[in-house]
Design a protein around this ligand. Sequence first.
Ligand code: ZN
Length: 570
Amino acid sequence: MLESRIRWATASVVAGLVVAVAFLRPAASAGDGAAPPGRPRLVVLISIDQFRADYVTRYADLFTSTARADEPRGFRYLMERGAWYSDAHHDHYPLFTGPGHAVLVTGAQPAASGIVGNEWGDRATGERIYCVRDDASPIVGGGGMGISPKSLRVSTVGDELKIATGGRAKVWALSFKDRAAVLMGGHLADGAVWLDAKEGRWVSSRWYCRDGKLPAWAEAAQPRTAWTAAKWETDVPADALSRVWLPKNQYLRDAFALGPTFPHPLGPGPAAQKRDEYVKAYSATPLGNKFVLDAATALIDAESLGRDDVPDFLAINLSSNDYLGHAFGPDSPEVLAMTVETDRCLADFMDETVRRVPGGWSAVTFVVSSDHGVAPIPEAMKDAGFDAGRYDERALEDEIAAALGARVKADPPPGAPAWTVRVVEQNVYLDRARLSGSADEAAEIAADVLRSTPGIAAAFTRSDIVHGRLPPTDAAVRVAKGFDPRVSGDVVFVSEPFWLPLEAKYATSHGTPYAYDTSVPIFFAGCGVREPGRYRGRVSTLDIAATLADELGVLQPSGCEGRCLPHAGR
Ligand SMILES: [Zn+2]
């Protein structure tokens, strides 16, 4: 009976009716502690930052518990007992952490969510605006710019769960990165907690902590005393480490001073080293993931997540995979070891979580995915004979300004900052106050400069994007999905494959529309998976939010364009 009522509620949600709320009231407690059939007590969404779909297939033989195939854990559990979508992609552009996390919980393209990049340009000043900056929401527990989800224009799965349960569902988000925690937590989360990387402390903001105090569990989990490791050693066997394409790390850009080989020192120790350098090095290793997941377990305990029949939602971002990947690249021994060690951390965390929730695996839904992939290191591809390299964004700004020539007035308007052209995350902003003539013509001139630049495949003007004058290419479709006229640039450009912006800090990055950046795994496991197995059909990361809304029996988030994934069965 309950089963059919849930299905009816689901069908009604699809029809656009908000009826699901009636079914989220706590049922009479089931004697065995089992959750109502088909509905989780707790949803845990884990985004592994910069985690490409191929990592789980390339290194599958190294994951935990291969010795006991009848009891898979970690990724093997997700691959064998869960629903594994091995051809899942993000559909927007550009591929960065802010937009990627917003997509996972909203099912909305950046054009609708407003989170079109980690940063975008300020039309008046040319300055960069951070995607979760909010001066009205000062940091609690630390310093720096205020942070909140106010730029996110759509609701999240957690927001809809809060609304549907009259606020009784508990919604939390945890990450080293503020943008990942805040965008996955949404507007109505009980809390989003992230790391102040300078101080090495968990912090939040006044948006969540209205009384100016951190949650007690976060204060208790402060890393100051816990971070004592002096090095990252791995027990992944040397012959496994040597099977990658670039075993010698000859293209390493050692942004975290980890050195080129195992064991990787984290410096002389937190006492003898500048704290922020130690925190950065530590955060770029699997030690960082373990630290986040231990804090997540403390959060589950302290906030009693998953204990009653009102579903709760916990979103976690494992940022360490991204930090390490930027420095070493996807084909390094370190990223292999990081993937294998992430598997072990995940296995332990999933075990700990199901142990804490009445009903265990039948009452917890785990979702594992990623905000974006990563490009192979351009210099490595170039040496291998590909057309690969780096374009210089600062030089592009100068070239575009020069091409605009006499259209640029000599002086900025009185009191205005002097700028003409800014490139921010593949968006070109022109200072319209300083340009004479038509803005459309100026954008065309800028686009022509870009189109004749080596390493740049295409450039689309704001006018072409807004009016839909785009070629039917994958890149152009993605550009439109990632364009918000209120904050996006006058021109959006797309690099050739294996080309990245010039910068000295990292060996590689992400942001392009190509498979290495868009291809991420999607796993669902535990409650709600009626037909486990590998699903090879192409799906979108937008589908995660639609599927979770269906499973929770709540309205889809306001901008959701995704579809329910098929593992729930008929
Ligand atoms: Zn990221």
